[in-house]
Ligand binder design. Structure first.
Ligand SMILES: [Zn+2]
Ligand SMILES: [Zn+2]
Length: 307
């Protein structure tokens, strides 16, 4: 059973056809790096641009809009929305709506992107082009965000921040600035984010027997500023902190903590004290050996079997 079993299929709008074509063009345009002389400045621009937008997706789209795991002012909320929309992942309300559906039935029939049910490539990329995923969005689970007209505007005109960001990169470094600062970094942010939908439900350790396939993976956590502690996150999704222990590096959480000291954000939610005060959490080697949840075993067997 797939997400199309729960939501009717539909036709792409002309705007979606344009955006799908641009998505493919962005990937092809990455090849332009081979025609531009390398410079450390361009690499720094790409890394800085990746960092800014990855942060906007994880700390903004995910931990704020989808989970409301901390509070902030209406102005800063708008900043997060606009910044997130520069990452080519649609608007904040759409993103939150899809992600809330993911948590409501993770790796179940209602999950829009489960690698255990539909395979790695569907969870990583295929679902983006699946017409059963609603757009503009399913409003039923995002009424808290729909109250803000400025968020609805960003959601409807998500291409404005995206194009604005591209123009800014062009202004900074002409065509080489556009390619490295916008194209390369946007595609990298996109795939790093999608790895959480795909790989973080397949590869890594499981500390908690959540009723899904979520995993903790330090490599993915480094790439995505803390999102790779995905089993932790599924265990306690309301927490703004996803690396529960000091060795679980979580850059987004550290920056949110810093912003809370500056008064920009507040009520930053933590995991329950009973979780983080454990003196002897099981070592990673023991966790790797831990048996997966029976439902995970069933679904993994199905994937291995070619479902
Ligand atoms: Zn997940
Ligand atoms: Zn989440």
């Amino acid at each position: 059973m797939s997400s199309s079993a729960t939501l009717p299929s539909r036709r792409f709008t002309p705007m979606e056809h344009v955006s799908n074509a641009l998505f493919v063009a962005m990937h092809a345009a990455v090849l332009l790096v081979f025609f531009i002389p390398f410079s450390w400045k361009l690499l720094a621009l790409a890394i800085g641009s990746y960092g800014l937008r990855m942060w906007a997706v994880t700390a903004g789209y995910h931990r704020y809009f989808a989970h409301r795991s901390y509070k902030t002012s209406r102005t800063w909320q708008l900043v997060l929305a606009v910044l997130g929309a520069t990452a080519m992942q649609n608007g904040p309300i759409w993103w939150a709506s899809v992600h809330r559906r993911h948590h409501k039935d993770s790796d179940g029939p209602g999950d829009p992107h489960s690698p255990l049910r539909r395979g790695f490539w569907y969870a990583h990329l295929g679902w983006v082009f699946d017409r059963s995923v609603p757009k503009p969005h399913d409003e039923s689970n995002v009424r808290d965000l729909m109250r803000y007209p400025e968020l609805r505007w960003v959601d409807r005109h998500e291409w404005v921040p995206l194009v604005g960001y591209a123009v800014a990169c062009f202004a900074i470094g002409a065509v080489p600035g556009l390619v490295w600062g916008f194209v390369v970094s946007t595609v990298a942010v996109f795939h790093a984010t999608m790895l959480i939908n795909s790989l973080a439900h397949l590869w890594g350790s499981r500390r908690y027997a959540t009723p899904d396939g979520s995993r903790n993976n330090p490599l993915l956590a480094a790439l995505t500023f803390g999102e790779g502690w995905h089993n932790n996150h599924h265990f306690c999704m309301s927490s703004a902190r996803q690396g529960f222990f000091w060795w679980e590096i979580d850059l987004s959480y550290y920056t949110l903590k810093l912003l809370s000291w500056l008064g920009v954000v507040w009520d930053v939610r933590e995991p329950p004290a009973s979780v983080t005060s454990r003196r002897h959490p099981s070592p990673p080697s023991a966790r790797r050996r831990s048996r997966p949840h029976p439902r995970d075993r069933r679904m993994t067997a199905r994937v291995i079997g070619g479902a």
